[in-house]
Design a protein. Structure first.
Length: 439
């Protein structure tokens, strides 16, 4: 069946991409390859046949390719844009696209989610054949995108086919700040919004996530009968994305609310002790679809964390459980995620990072029926894991016992208001620091 392979000219440009300045430089160089091939062939350099964009969903892989096509004013041919009826039809589409791209060079062939396209062996082989047939500096470049680079067939991504890999990480703070600024220009926004604050909160948000967040905030402002987006709308939109919508059917008794408040206050006070600089954005016991209560931290974006950092994260995770025992002399079932986090961090310390006197311990490989260490080593590992958790838990308890009065005040205030902001918590942080000095 014949396919209509009309060229597609992109309307996007590099100005449509906020942040990612280093990655843009890589793409700008490829634009120069496309438009000025003789500049490179004169000294023997050759145009890369293929460029692989690797990154999480929403990081702008497709947008980068469209922006390059728009900036260079060249057609691009998206492989997944073509309908096909069977496997043989798909193989023919691959061949037709390459033939058309060569005739209309300079041009870009775009294979979105290349790991899925090449899942069929005959399609993969046809793609390899066509890439091998691209003549040096002929003006045709194949762009592939994936978030599963390990799933790609090695012959496909060797040098001479996909010669270059560009990593698109989740945006940094500066990138997120630029993304917020760019997207908010399309909306009516209150002037006093602190974009630095929201860029801090949006750790692990992709550009697509931030775009969706701002649109959700706009919808919330319309629901409130407002004509502009406020900080409160952005905060609620972010909470909805992270924690889910408020569950009004989730009814807690006064006693249950206080238990939950003590639990979250325990997390917060242990964190304040271990991290003198305030890194808590808010504490809430408002029931949402993803949970009944949470301490929302400003995420730490350091690449490296020390053993002490990981130990402190375990202590903070166990702070809620410690508060329950101190106040109620029992435990409740709401802290299962905290326990999972604490145990997971302790295991990583021992197994992944070798942060103990056991040095190097490898996990069991029961799926392969192969022992990598002796049973005694695994027993040592279990004992060391229990020791870390016990020590962290006891330390968390001592912090809360030492500041019991502040724990009570914070918990009752949280129970009354249901949510405390960073500004509310600053008061408790000041008191906490004074108590530590007095001690």
């Amino acid at each position: 069946m014949e396919k209509d392979l009309k060229e597609i000219v992109s309307q996007y440009h590099f100005s449509d991409i906020a942040g990612y300045e280093q990655e843009k430089k890589e793409i700008v160089e490829i634009k120069d390859f496309l438009l000025n091939p003789n500049k490179y062939s004169r000294i023997g350099a050759r145009l890369p046949k293929g460029v692989l964009l690797h990154g999480d969903p929403g990081t702008g892989k497709t947008l980068f390719v469209k922006a390059l096509a728009g900036e260079a004013h060249v057609p691009f041919y998206p492989l997944l844009n073509m309908e096909y009826d069977c496997r043989n039809d798909m193989v023919k589409v691959v061949k037709d696209i390459f033939d058309t791209a060569r005739k209309n060079a300079p041009s870009i062939i775009f294979v979105d989610e290349i790991d899925r396209v090449c899942h069929q062996s005959d399609v993969l082989q046809q793609l390899i054949i066509e890439m091998d047939g691209i003549q040096p500096n002929c003006g045709v470049i194949v762009f592939g995108t994936t978030n599963q680079i390990r799933n790609l067939d090695r012959p496909l991504i060797r040098s001479g086919r996909f010669d270059r890999v560009i990593e698109l990480e989740m945006p940094s703070f500066e990138d997120r700040l630029a993304i917020f600024s760019m997207y908010l220009k399309n909306y009516q926004v209150e002037e006093q919004i602190d974009l630095d604050h929201f860029a801090e909160l949006a750790v692990e948000f992709s550009g697509a996530d931030i775009n969706s967040l701002i649109n959700d905030a706009a919808l919330l402002s319309i629901r409130d009968g407002k004509e502009t987006i406020s900080s409160a709308h952005l905060e609620e939109a972010m909470d909805r994305l992270k924690l889910g919508i408020i569950d009004k059917s989730y009814k807690l008794s006064s006693a249950e609310k206080l238990v939950l408040a003590y639990h979250e206050a325990g997390h917060a006070l242990v964190s304040l002790q271990l991290n003198p600089e305030l890194k808590i954005n808010k504490i809430t016991i408002k029931a949402r679809s993803y949970g009944g209560g949470i301490v929302s931290f400003l995420e730490d974006e350091r690449y490296l964390k020390s053993k002490a950092d990981l130990v402190n994260s375990i202590k903070t995770a166990l702070g809620g459980r410690a508060a329950e025992e101190i106040v109620y002399n029992t435990f409740y079932d709401g802290g299962k995620i905290d326990l999972k986090q604490a145990i997971g961090t302790a295991k990583n310390m021992l197994i992944t990072y070798g942060m103990s006197d056991l040095k190097y311990i490898y996990p069991r490989r029961e799926d392969l029926h192969q022992k990598i260490a002796s049973d005694s080593k695994y027993l040592d590992l279990d004992m060391k894991l229990q020791e870390i958790l016990d020590d962290c838990y006891e330390n968390s308890k001592q912090i809360l016992i030492q500041h019991r009065d502040l724990l009570d005040r914070l918990a009752h205030n949280l129970c009354e208001k249901e949510e405390l902001t960073r500004e509310d918590l600053a008061v408790y942080a000041t008191i906490f620091m004074k108590e530590n000095k007095n001690d």
